[in-house]
Design a protein around this ligand. Structure first.
Ligand code: UT7
Length: 335
């Protein structure tokens, strides 16, 4: 086997997807009762109508383990050899979330670690999982994005409270070939610490965001990263059948789609039903869309995200046939 064919046989291939949302839903109307805001403002400026919020009895570890269990149950049968959890809201600073999730799933002993890259965390986690596979550290990796962002803002802050929700999403990656459906393309990642103050949260404490500035950066960075990821994969942006952008605000994702020239019906979203779920956003949307058929086998799919750091990223894959049968718990869909 040549070095090139060896590398081609160590691609990371998606073979399962799952999601979990807390059962408790907070509608906009509930927020308007205690904040100086309106349902109309929240809907028209963000696209959000409701968000799922975890109570004290549902931790980030719980959500991550539920999403992962569904990804494993609904995908092709595999033996997981590593677990990566992307989160900015771990239950504790130390230890990391991933070892606890691995143990819950009966995977005690496998390498397991967290990483934090804001709302881009899931794409960073995909890249590191692909690295674990390429280096033969693991043949199968569970990649989870899980966050509990709903309670991070100051409860009086009308500019942030309506935006965030809680949830988790997961995919299973296995070793495979670059030419098969599900193989991840090159992952484009970036960061800019000069924008660190634009979205920040201290522990314990509250989240602060300069919304308008973040909005502009988000559109710009996701559009550029998407073009770069498409080019790196050998695609033209007109090849994109499904655009899966991080769900922060439907106006942001519409701008990104417009800048890329991706038609509206090729862009998937669920921010209306779940709000901004941080690192969970992309895998939650992937699992939901795959389950309801909006994302189907053969769709050339581009994932892109932007978040605190600042961080951003994008990657491509042709969606595989996962034969998903169940819908993620309570997950909704905008279009
Ligand atoms: O996951 C990645 C990180 N997060 C994001 O990507 C979020 C990015 N930013 C956004 O989504 C938007 O900037 C927001 C939704 C946060 C804000 O929307 P905007 O259209 O950029 O509004 P703005 O910040 O420019 O504020 C416009 C006005 C302000 O009032 P004045 O100064 O014009 O009198 C705000 O005080 O809207 C006011 N406002 C509200 N009014 C009613 C802000 N939040 C609210 C609210 N209800 N909830």
């Amino acid at each position: 086997m040549t070095a090139a064919s060896k590398a081609a046989a160590r691609a990371a291939v998606v073979c399962g997807a799952g999601a979990a949302l807390p059962p408790h839903i907070i509608m906009n109307a509930e927020l308007t009762a205690r904040l100086d805001t309106t349902d109309e403002w929240i809907r028209s400026r963000t696209g959000i109508t409701q968000r799922h919020v975890a109570g004290v009895d549902l931790s980030t570890t719980d959500l991550a383990a539920r999403a992962a269990a569904q990804a494993l149950a609904d995908g092709q049968p595999v033996t997981v050899e590593a677990v990566v959890v992307a989160t900015t809201t771990p239950d504790r600073c130390c230890p990391a979330t991933a070892p606890a999730v691995a143990t819950r799933l009966g995977l005690t002993g496998v390498p397991a670690y967290d990483l934090a890259a804001g709302c881009t965390g899931f794409l960073y986690a995909l890249a590191t999982a692909a690295g674990l596979i390429a280096t033969d550290t693991a043949r199968t990796v569970l990649v989870i994005g899980a966050d509990r962002l709903a309670t991070l803002p100051d409860p009086e802050d009308r500019t942030s409270v309506p935006l965030f929700g809680d949830g988790a999403g997961a995919v299973v990656l296995r070793r495979g070939s670059t030419d098969e459906a599900g193989a991840l393309g090159p992952v484009v990642l970036g960061s800019d610490g000069t924008g660190a103050d634009l979205i920040q949260a201290s522990l314990p404490g509250t989240l602060h965001m300069d919304g308008a500035d973040v909005f502009r950066h988000a559109v710009d960075r996701m559009s550029t990263a998407s073009r770069q990821a498409a080019t790196a994969a050998g695609w033209d942006v007109t090849d994109i059948d499904r655009l899966i952008p991080h769900q922060a605000n439907s106006r942001i994702t519409s701008f990104v789609a417009r800048q890329l020239g991706v038609p509206d019906d090729h862009q998937l979203g669920n921010v209306g039903d779940v709000g901004n779920t941080g690192a969970a956003s992309i895998p939650l949307l992937l699992a939901r869309s795959a389950a309801d058929g909006r994302l189907g086998p053969g769709h050339r799919t581009l994932l892109t995200a932007f978040g605190a750091g600042l961080t951003w990223g994008a990657t491509t894959l042709t969606w595989p046939d996962l034969s998903l049968t169940r819908l993620p718990e309570g997950a909704g869909h905008d279009r």
